[in-house]
Design a binder for this molecule. Structure first.
Ligand code: SF4
Ligand code: SF4
Length: 70
């Protein structure tokens, strides 16, 4: 199964919940500020993602969407 992560970077407030709760260390903070003036989350290594959905579940801003391809 291949997983595609889509992050709405301009809505991310950099709380870090998704990074903290990801069991596979897929996510990290970007190096460039978003429109809110904070460092948003980005994908570090998508190939490690197991599509568990924890990141999307924890995000208070609903910034993360997960698409699974069989
Ligand atoms: S779906 Fe699971 S493994 Fe993939 S980035 Fe989110 S928390 Fe990490
Ligand atoms: S949980 Fe949502 S708002 Fe918080 S850092 Fe992750 S993507 Fe950004």
């Amino acid at each position: 199964m291949k997983v595609k992560l889509v992050i709405k970077r301009d809505f991310c407030k950099s709380c870090g919940f998704c990074i903290h709760f990801c069991p596979k260390n897929v996510l990290k903070l970007d190096n460039n500020l978003n429109k809110l003036g904070v460092l948003p989350v980005c994908v570090d290594d998508e190939s490690k993602c197991i599509g568990c959905g924890q990141c999307a579940l924890m995000c208070p801003e609903a910034c993360i969407e997960i698409y699974k391809e069989e």
